[in-house]
Design a protein around this ligand. Sequence first.
Ligand code: 15L
Length: 271
Amino acid sequence: MKTVLITGATGDVGSHLRRELASKYKLRMSDKRPLENKAKGEIFIRADISKMSDALKITKGVDAIVHLGGYSVEGPWEGILRANIIGCYNIFEAARRNGVKRIIFPTSNHAVGFYRRDQTIDHKVYPKPDGRYGVSKVFGEALGSLYADKYGMEMFMIRIGNVNPVPIDKRRLSIWFSPRDLAQLVSIGIDKPGIKFEIVYGISGNKRAWYDNANAFRLGYKPQDDAEAYASEVLGKEKPGDPTAELYQGGIFVVAEEVPNPAAPKRKKRK
Ligand code: 15L
């Protein structure tokens, strides 16, 4: 059984993966925050990936890394710099130094959020980030490309749409990614032999998709879910949005300075 490190394991996507992949791999989970409800036998290491010493510690001796750790929405530059630029560099570099070849990097739809909704884009389009967060994801994609070409590492970049048990609004009908489809695509990233550098879109088989996800299908991805099953319910509740945001795939990220994450669990404020 492969040992797989999940960074950012206490977050929303990490929690889905923790549940979905528990029987398939030996999971080593890590985060800056403590892991609540740690089950017996679960391995968790608290770490701050903006420190290279922590990154070296958690990446030692694993077969693959799913690097979720970082800032997951638009936010102040200092936070994004520390978590998504310095933290991402530290994880990729620590993996190289520890001889870990395979990294699954969940990048984001916000790396290409300034493409319009009337366009269908594939994995070969140039990035069009919709904010500082999107730029940090493009940085991760570029760093992955460098480490693949220069050091022979195996990089699987998933431009994730929106992971949720069900799609939550009209925009998410196009980019919804069900937890079981997420688990399937991450498993392909971990197990598929011969990966050098790949970009795929992390969405379910949505009828309203803006992405041509042929690269994921070529690598064996067979989504089981389609947001269309929820369309009438979702559209029935939809309120008119910002007209500029509605034009672009990134939605409110294209107009907002800092976007709260509606999917994130509420956290207690630190005193
Ligand atoms: C993302 O990249 C975020 O991590 C997630 O919290 C959602 O905001 C998602 O995009 C989205 O676009 O819905």
